[in-house]
Write a protein that binds this ligand. Structure first.
Ligand SMILES: [Zn+2]
Length: 244
């Protein structure tokens, strides 16, 4: 399907980017992305994916909007306090780009429900704040061979990886099991940096550019504006992908 006149206008400033164009834009319009978490990382991820024209966003989060969220979770505001985050997120995203489809999923991600919640997504984005849900997401990524864009933040620092099992390590190869120490202290700008890069990696994959982060983890230290990469290796003893 060729782009409509409205779409050509909305996306005019990206259609002319080398390696983008109408074919890439149409491909984006057919894509479904599962975004796990509508908080600090989910905010820039959802805003940039919606603005760029990803056709269907499945947003999963079971939290309610609280005052302590508002230093970083720019999808929400004081008028939405107490609302489900997925409802607030869907409203913000729909106001930005009413042409895309949004499915709010007001549930916690667990090993039992993760496959059903993820549905027919082409790409998974990890904007979560807890290890059990991250591992539930990872198990589906490994089982279905889906790419997973991982992000994590604390304070002035963050990390980012593009995992595509079985071609790369999976999240269980590199993250421990267990339970996180809560709550993590973090600045909104840190979430903005890492979440924006997650969105960019996702968009590059969806239009067929691939990812420049295959087989490595990027670390960003905002105190010194320094980026580092470490090589990721698949663990032969991984309890999730080791036998595949
Ligand atoms: Zn693994």
């Amino acid at each position: 399907m060729p782009l409509s006149d409205d779409e050509k206008l909305r996306y005019a400033r990206q259609l002319g980017i080398p390696s983008w164009g109408e074919e890439a834009q149409a491909r984006l319009g057919k894509a479904t992305v599962f975004v796990a978490g509508a908080g600090g990382l989910g905010a820039p991820v959802l805003l940039y994916l919606a603005a760029a024209g990803v056709g269907h966003l499945r947003i999963c989060d079971h939290d309610r909007v609280e005052m302590t969220n508002l230093n970083r979770q720019l999808l929400h505001n004081v008028e939405r306090l107490g609302q489900p985050k997925v409802v607030s997120a869907a409203r913000t995203v729909a106001a930005l780009n009413p042409d895309i489809r949004v499915t709010p999923l007001d549930q916690s991600l667990t090993p039992e429900n993760s496959e059903e919640l993820i549905g027919d997504a082409d790409l998974l984005i990890d904007c979560l704040d807890n290890l059990p849900a991250r591992h539930a997401l990872n198990r589906v990524a490994v089982r279905k061979g889906l790419p997973l864009v991982h992000g994590g933040i604390a304070g002035y620092q963050g990390q980012l990886a593009f995992l595509h099992p079985p071609h790369t390590a999976c999240l269980a190869c590199i993250l421990p099991a267990g339970i996180d120490a809560e709550p993590v202290m973090v600045l909104g700008a840190t979430a903005g940096v890492i979440g924006s890069m997650q969105a960019l990696e996702g968009l590059k994959y969806l239009i067929g550019m691939g990812s420049s982060l295959l087989e490595c983890m990027l670390f960003w230290d905002g105190r010194h504006q320094r980026f580092d990469h470490i090589r990721l290796r698949r663990s032969r003893h991984c309890r999730v992908c080791g036998g595949s």
